[in-house]
Design a binder for this molecule. Sequence first.
Ligand code: CA
Length: 223
Amino acid sequence: MRLLVVEDDPDLNRQLVTALGEAGYAVDTAFDGEEGHFLGDTEPYDAVVLDIGLPKKDGLSVLEEWRRDERKMPVLILTARERWSDKVAGMDAGADDYVAKPFHMEEVLARLRALLRRSAGHASNDLVCGPLVLDTKAARVTVDGQAIKLTSHEYRVLHYLMMQRDRVVSRTELVEHLYEQDFDRDSNTVEVFIGRLRKKLPADLIKTVRGLGYRLTENPDGA
Ligand code: CA
């Protein structure tokens, strides 16, 4: 899953990017409203963390413009603690949730998990496909209760496929949700990660749909 963090405070921005990276997300970052607006307008993020008080263009305007342009990704806004009016204005502008500053990083992570699982139509933090369980809270994968060791990129591929369970995901879509913006993307590497995942997971869980992409499903005929 790929996220965007728009926060002008350099320390806070770095803390968010570090924590989200450690939690298994690909993270792009912006430090002002114009840059943030542009990225959110042009890249397919799974969720956005958006500060309200930003230079060049304030967070509320950024959010309003995204929504006016039918950008539907979940957005978590960061507000100042005592500004209840920011929270109301933010929710009215199209935010899905908010966290007041100063916050605990765990709260941001939990709220993002909730937004991501809601937007993909999942009820639980545990994504399940047959014997395979991906715990999005602990960023841990098990097969029949046995922990499976994955690299961060393998985890990202599997996380995305499990969020989109039973649906065909194209190689391009996978690449767009796996990598940060400035990463040197080579679609062949997706095939490499899929190949490695197949060796670590029960056979035939990840199916190749010729000419279209991949589908994670326990349904043997892939229907
Ligand atoms: Ca700010």
